[in-house]
Design a binder for this molecule. Sequence first.
Ligand SMILES: Cc1ncc(COP(=O)(O)O)c(C=O)c1O
Length: 391
Amino acid sequence: MSWKSTLQTSATILSLVIVINELRRAYARISQLETTLTPLPPRSRGIESRIGNTPLIEIKSLSAKTGCKIYAKLELLNPAGSSKDRVALAIIKAAEIQGLLVPHRGDVIYEGTSGSTGISFAVLASALGYTAHICLPDDTSPEKLQLLEALGAEVEKVKPASIVDPNQYVNAAKRGAEEINQTSNSGKRALFANQFENDFNWRTHYTTTGPELLKQLDNIDIFINGSGTGGTISGVGRALKEFNKSTKIILADPQGSGLANRINYGVLYDTVEKEGTRRRHQVDTLVEGIGLNRLTWNFEQGEKYIDEAIKVPDDQALKMAKYLCINDGLFWGSSAAINCVAAVKAALKYGPGLNIVVVACDSGDRHLSKFWKHAAQVTRTITLEEVLADS
Ligand SMILES: Cc1ncc(COP(=O)(O)O)c(C=O)c1O
């Protein structure tokens, strides 16, 4: 072999070695990338096995601006998209234990809800051998009606009415279940789930959501959430207070709701009552799922653990929703936005240096036609100072 061809062969071998090394390095980098993804959850059986143990993430932009660490419990990652999966599962399992529901007997779960609870019941009813029958006001957004129908729930639309009206949607659900139980001779039974008054609602948050948070974060200085049924704030509030009584529990309350006054001054009252300006909605706000002008069993179970309430106007919630989307890539529902406004207010009042936890109950896509129709119009250059400014 000539010295020339020896040189050529050596150069080829050297190039090959270099290419192989580069490939190895690239592969090592890709493998490293894979290890930074979420750990693979264990294999499990049925959609109901994926409820709970939701992640806790830090909201980087809010932490950086406030000097506190602000975290969100991602309840929107439950399989039917909200924390209501926990409640629906707990109510169904308790009813099965009491013999009130038997799978695949034709039993029907009745609930009066225009929100996430109906979606959780629709999904879990199918998964566990039941039919969900959801009563809701006839002006509920078309995408929610479509979703419930697509999920196979029976949907009953009723005229919007006050809770004292027998045709109000929660009362309609109760009556529907009673009628089946009184008249059915096929053995089929109906359960009125009754999330507002059902004791298993707050209890599931007390035994699951609260203890999960205690595992996820060493020291929780402040926990903030709105109240719809009151189940979450009562259950989590009680679990956190029993662990450490100096943890502050703060209610984030939308405009039009009387709960903030109840906590801060002992009277369930909102200014719209006095001014007579209340519109059609029971709670006059764009925010869905939280705020109320009556006391529920689930709220009462945790009221004594709530230290204070922070009122959040719709305008601040809309701006916060867009701020989180632009700065953190977090596309959340209206109650999560309210919680984050309250978290920043609490951080500025009590911080810096505190760990603050809020709940992100559901995603923005459930709110596209109402809350997000307005939030989308907020400028993408919105600052946190502008979020908090009064309109
Ligand atoms: C979107 C949303 N966020 C928050 C809540 C409040 O949760 P809770 O009913 O546990 O008070 C609800 C309740 O329906 C909700 O739908």
